[in-house]
Each structure stands twice: as C-alpha cells, then as structure tokens.
Design a binder for this molecule. Sequence first.
Ligand code: ADP
Ligand code: MG
Length: 301
Amino acid sequence: MLVVEVVVVVERVAAGANTRQTPADMATSVAMFRREKEAGGRPRTNKNMHLIELRDITKTYHLGEIDVPVLKGVSLEVARGELVALMGASGSGKSTMMNILGCLDRPTSGSYRLDGQEIADLSSDERARVRNGKIGFVFQSFNLLARTTALENVMMPLSYAPHISEKEAKRRAKELLDRVGLADRMDHYPSQLSGGQQQRVAIARSLINHPPLLFADEPTGNLDSHTSKEVLEMFQRLNEDEKITIILVTHDPGVGSIAKRTILMRDGKIENEEEARTVREPLHEPAASARPAAVALGGAR
Ligand code: ADP
Ligand code: MG
C-alpha cells in the first residue's frame, strides 16, 4: 500500500492535546532520514515481517513520589492485515497500550518495532512523524470539530500537507465520505449528524492519509447497539477490502464477533490467548466454534 507521508492532526481524547507537524518536525524528519542513511538506509519493509512486535514492554506513570506500574511486561506480535480486538476490564491498561502502539506515548522499557523500525527510543517529534505516515485513529467521542462540515473535518489532516493541493484533498475526502455512506451529508455539521454518522466521518478522516494501521479506542462506546454493529461492520470491510491492519480497543463483547483474534489484558499483562478465547466464547451465541479459530499469529509469551 502506498504510504503518503503527510501531516495529520492527532486529537488525543485523554489529554485533549493536539499534535501537529511543525517546521521543527520537518527538521526532525530530515535528521531521521540522515541517521537512517548513515545506518545503512531506511528500514526496509519486509512483507513477511510482523507489522507490530512488542518485547517486554513496561509503562510506569509517576504521580509525584508514587510510581504507578500500568504495563508489566507485554510481548505481542501483530501481522499485517489482522483485525484484532484488545479487550479487558476498565483499568487493565488497554488505553495505555494503545497510546504506546499508536506512538502517542513511549514505553518505560522494552522494545517496540513498527514496520521494522524501533519506536521505543524515538523523540516525540519523531513519533509524530511515524504517526503521520502510518497510523489512523478513531476515538470514542468522535473528536470532530464542531464548526466544521463533515467534508472539512475529513480534509483537516491534509491542511498541513503542503504537497497535497486543496483540490486533491477535497477529492480524497469526498471519496472517503462516499465510501462510509455519507455522500449526501458532506456539508452537514457534526451537530446535524447522528452519533453513528459522526463516527463514520471520524473513520473517513482517519483514512485520509492511507494509513496501513488503524487504532480505534472504544469506537462504539457512545453508540447504541444497532449503530455499533454498523460501525463494526465498517471496520470489518476496511480490513477485508483494503487490508488495513486494525486494532480495536474495547470492552464491548460484540466486537469479538468481527475480530479474528482477541487479546485480553488483565492487570497490565496479556492473558494467554487460548484462555482469552475460552473467556470470550460464552459471550457470543451461537457457539463461537462456528467461526474459524482465532488466527495463530505470534501472540502472548
Ligand atoms: P483501560 O483503558 O483498560 O481502562 P488505562 O490504560 O486507561 O486502562 O489505565 C490503566 C491504569 O493506569 C489505571 O489504573 C489508570 O488509573 C492508570 N493511568 C492511566 N493513565 C495514567 C496517567 N497518565 N497517570 C497515572 N496513572 C494513569
Ligand atoms: Mg481506556
């Protein structure tokens, strides 16, 4: 898949902070490129290599004098093209994991290779560059700009990409809105759209840079069950048709019905995936045995 390195504004629900590419980011990009060149070239994309490889990741937050260990040694592999549900009780560390996997935050220790590139020791500017090129985000609360139409919301991440014309940005945004079934709602403001429609706008926005990797943190958390199902089916189609690798962070057991693999977090660690499956199966009738077995790709160690 063509990865266009353009600028995206990543809205963080948790921090409410915006990260956008600045001239300093550009300078960082140049510095990174030089460093990669000196080290023998850019990391090559090896199609056989896992897209995500985590080794012994820990994350400890520091609240004043107190250390709060949240991730306690997580190892994980995700292959290209997987659709994974990251599940677990509230407080088990799912969002912390997503922030690290999504290059929004860095681990305290351990190794994270994304597409062959070590991420764990990158600066925040360097991580921003990786995000801009490779990762899309969808959040529980949609994070659309209120005074901005659906079309403008979807175009927004491209507004800092000088090499993409306004015309091209509009063309791409229209195509994406059409793909999520909102061709007739492009000029509507978020307040004029239902929750499900707003989330579809957010999905279209997350795809504007053609990211190979998409994260969704509780994407159905604010939706009713019927709308949740529609949104989940949209992720499923994106995964099947576009081969986008998708990680859905959720405690909604309904998500298990579209994910081929479930990773269950418990108290900052990943449960054995075999056990996770037996936990999940009773949640989904008819019997989960009617579905293909979870894909055995890497997994918890
Ligand atoms: P989940 O998404 O599974 O509900 P989180 O990753 O949000 O879990 O949180 C896991 C634990 O980490 C919780 O106990 C939470 O209080 C703690 N935590 C999360 N973010 C911070 C932070 N910035 N500072 C301190 N503790 C945090
Ligand atoms: Mg969370």
